[in-house]
Design a protein around this ligand. Structure first.
Ligand code: SAM
Length: 350
């Protein structure tokens, strides 16, 4: 076997078992292992007793976590590394004191596990195995989903607010704002800016807590609404983050048309998502994420820049661009502007 074939063969085998690593990490989060370990150094037996697990089995998990460089090990004792403490220890109180905590998003991914186990079923039917219920029924489910979204948003909200120029923008509408993290940081970076966060009423109960926790109440207004129905008017900018991947093409075109109407002349739209290149296969996370949307939504998937550009053009937007911004995890943003001229009235007002 030549080297190229051997490497390819090995890479595919590794891909096939890559979920071993994912599930070991997610099980540890589910057992609250990192928080229970805290600042201490414990043996497998001690950790097993704290998590109600079998000591031999716990030893195997802890060693795997050390191998994955998530935990450290000295003799027979295991400990959180300084970096692990930054991201996997919750902190005290209802809100994490640790701003970079990611336990909620990892718990959310653990909850998706069951769906991914039924991928073949979804592939045969071409339909979701289960609808997203994040914002509809159960308050606790909505809360944990919005906390998970906050974890991911905090990965680059601060950076985004620095790299996206919002000079001259006084009013921003954040559609499907989630925790409001992006708008909170946009407001921090732009002293003259006020943001309106439009979201479903149950989500806004959670958003309100985040906005208060960041002391941003004076600059941020919460607006209950459904982006599939109507949008308020008179904004200099609209931000849509991780919204289009849950909707179908027709719905997204309709949304872009509504956004156009809610912008002031010269106003801008920013669409943040896992945006695909023209081949619809890259970046790889975006194309794999489309399968997650197959599993959990009726019509959602990842979209290419070309598709998004098509909706924006049809809605009337100009200066459509896909700038290379230094964002993590294959996230990117499409930007466009509404022209400065007001549209001619459709009827003669006589
Ligand atoms: C994937 S989350 C994205 C949250 C946030 N934009 C972010 O990037 O972190 C989707 C958000 O859209 C909201 N949402 C879903 N359907 C909606 C609808 N029909 N109208 C308004 N908001 C909606 C959810 O409540 C949730 O906050």
């Amino acid at each position: 076997m030549d080297k190229t074939l051997q490497d390819f063969r090995s890479r595919i085998i590794e891909l096939g078992y890559s979920y071993f690593f994912a599930k070991a990490l997610l099980a540890a989060v589910k057992l609250d292992l990192f928080n229970r370990l805290g600042e201490s150094a414990l043996t497998a037996r001690e950790m097993a007793s704290k998590t109600s697990c079998n000591p031999r089995a716990m030893g195997l998990l802890l060693n795997a976590l050390v191998g994955m460089k998530v935990l450290g090990k000295r003799g027979i004792r295991y400990f959180n590394t300084p970096l692990t403490r930054e991201v996997l220890i919750r902190g005290r109180g209802r809100f994490q004191t640790c701003p970079y905590y990611i336990g909620d998003i990892l718990n959310f991914h653990n909850n998706l596990w069951e769906g991914w186990g039924r991928l073949e079923e979804s592939l045969r039917k071409g339909r979701p195995i289960k609808q997203h219920e994040m914002y509809l029924e159960d308050r606790a489910v909505t809360r944990s989903f919005i906390h998970a979204m906050h974890n991911t948003a905090m990965g680059h909200a601060e950076l985004l607010a620095r790299v996206v120029p919002l000079k001259g923008v006084k009013t921003l509408l954040d559609i499907g704002a989630g925790s409001g993290a992006f708008s909170i940081y946009f407001c921090k970076a732009n002293p003259g800016l006020r943001a309106t966060l439009l979201d479903l009423p149950k989500t806004l109960e959670v958003t309100r807590e985040f906005v208060a926790n960041y002391g941003a109440e004076k600059r941020i207004t919460l607006l209950p609404g459904d982006y599939n129905k109507s949008l308020p008017k008179g904004f200099d900018a609209v931000f849509l983050s991780h919204i289009i991947h849950s909707e179908g093409e027709k719905e997204n075109l309709g949304l872009m048309k509504r956004v156009y109407e809610c912008l002031n002349p010269g106003g801008r739209i920013m669409v943040q998502d896992f945006i695909l290149k023209e081949d619809k296969a890259n970046p790889p996370f975006a194309s794999a994420f489309a399968l997650n949307m197959l599993l959990y939504t009726e019509k959602g998937r990842s979209y290419s820049f070309k598709e998004i550009k098509g909706w924006l053009e049809e809605a009337g937007f100009k200066s459509i661009s896909w700038p290379r911004l230094p964002l993590p995890r294959d996230i990117s943003i499409v930007m466009a502007r509404r022209g400065t001229a007001r549209r001619a009235p459709t009827e003669n007002p006589t």
